[in-house]
Design a protein around this ligand. Structure first.
Ligand SMILES: Nc1nc2c(ncn2[C@@H]2O[C@H](COP(=O)(O)OP(=O)(O)O)[C@@H](O)[C@H]2O)c(=O)[nH]1
Ligand SMILES: [Mg+2]
Length: 203
């Protein structure tokens, strides 16, 4: 038969993966650079600068006193979640003085992870507001630093005033599997929301 789609004798074609863009946001020192580095298959592109004395009054180091570098532009990484799904991660700069970059970074993003540290939850309010206002789907991940008090998810949810459908998870930004679970949750959440908005209106 001349035409047909028999696959016998044919090599399985490599799957062309879907690529999605996710943002990683949250307060300064919350673990964004660590998270991207933990899962990235490519050497993460980082734009770290040594914290200068001049930046000290601005860069709040409470809880991360050992931190000696800061991300001035962004972190960038890539993770293949499945053969057919590749995520590109863009870490947003945590400091308010780099907010002008956010709108550029948010272009084309499917969704975002907002990382939080329970010692400084308020540092992640701005990121949550940003995604809520722009209707960008996001999940909240609490980076469980040792020494930080553990709170039940419900308490954190209330403190952050999250909508009930926003996924909230505990994670360890240094742990690949933990971070992967967070990223998968964001993708699933974003796809669920997208499917909901695409549903035809009932007439
Ligand atoms: N103990 C612990 N330290 C962490 C964790 N995540 C990040 N760190 C450390 O906290 C500091 C701030 O993390 P970093 O990824 O640079 O924060 P960023 O400013 O959000 O990019 C660094 O010294 C990290 O090594 C974590 O889950 N546990
Ligand atoms: Mg950083």
């Amino acid at each position: 038969m001349a035409f047909g789609r028999s696959s016998t004798g044919r090599r399985k074609r490599p799957v062309e993966p879907v690529t999605l863009k996710l943002l990683v946001a949250g307060g300064f020192g919350v673990g964004k650079t660590t998270l991207v580095g933990a899962v990235s298959e490519i050497r993460p592109l980082r734009t770290e600068e040594t914290l200068t004395e001049a930046g000290r009054p601005v860069d709040d180091l409470r809880g991360v006193e050992t931190k000696s570098t800061t991300t001035v532009a962004m972190d960038f990484g890539r993770i293949t979640v499945r053969e057919d799904l590749v995520l590109y991660l863009f870490g947003t700069p945590g400091q308010d003085r780099f907010w002008f970059l956010w709108d550029e970074l948010a272009q084309g993003a499917l969704g975002a992870v907002v990382l939080c540290d329970t010692r400084r939850l308020e540092d992640s309010f701005a990121a949550i507001d940003y995604f809520e206002r722009r209707g960008i789907p996001f999940a909240v991940a609490v980076n469980c630093f040792e020494g930080a008090a553990r709170f039940p998810a419900g308490t954190v949810r209330t403190a952050l005033d999250l909508d009930p459908d926003v996924p909230l998870m505990m994670c360890d930004a240094r742990d690949r599997e933990s971070v992967k679970a967070v990223l998968v949750a964001v993708v699933e959440h974003a796809l669920t929301l997208a499917a909901r908005t695409r549903e035809p209106a009932v007439t």
